[in-house]
Design a protein around this ligand. Sequence first.
Ligand code: ADP
Ligand code: 5GP
Length: 185
Amino acid sequence: MKHDLFVMSAPSGAGKTTLKDLVIHEFPDMVYSISATTRPAREGEIDGVHYFFKTRDEFQKMIANDELVEWNEVHGNFYGTPKSFVEKMLADGKRVLFDLDVFGKVNFDKVYPDAVGILILPPSLQVLEERLRHRATDSEEVIELRLHNAKKEIEFAEKHGKYEHTIINDDLERAADQLRKIFLE
Ligand code: ADP
Ligand code: 5GP
């Protein structure tokens, strides 16, 4: 069966964005779903490319107008999947890759139960911490919060998540190969 929807989830810093950027351009029929968020843009992030950056008011309006497939508050900010983008891409015959937190994925499954789940994990929590610090995009406070949440997210995903595939992102090339295989299936 050909699948149209793929959802990646991972604790922050596991390398989901790096893996996605490495592999997705090899699949011209595949697009990355751009989420809406109230998180401030990081250096180099572009509105409409990495995220649709919204104020909390704008985001609340999107919820009220039923414009989101799912949404969740993650690490103190709102994130959500705009319906219009997904529907247009599917109508255009594209496959869509989503990046959702483990709790948002459960709500996503209620709308799209056949989506293929891919859980990306770091080799250890210590490596996760090193990666978050090395990335140097977040304040100490934000790093601490993301690490604290990582444990809960991994536990939840392993117990309650619907993930058909798990990739341990230790060696980047090996992990990228695993992801390619999933998209080729
Ligand atoms: P996420 O999107 O899951 O939050 P990122 O893709 O931003 O994570 O990766 C976090 C940091 O870890 C980045 O600095 C990235 O370059 C680095 N990284 C990603 N994958 C690996 C890997 N396999 N080995 C070493 N460093 C990695
Ligand atoms: P970041 O701030 O590092 O870009 O993302 C933080 C978290 O938000 C990640 O776990 C990511 O998967 C999640 N996320 C990004 N977009 C969405 C979305 O549209 N919905 C949900 N539920 N989570 C999202």
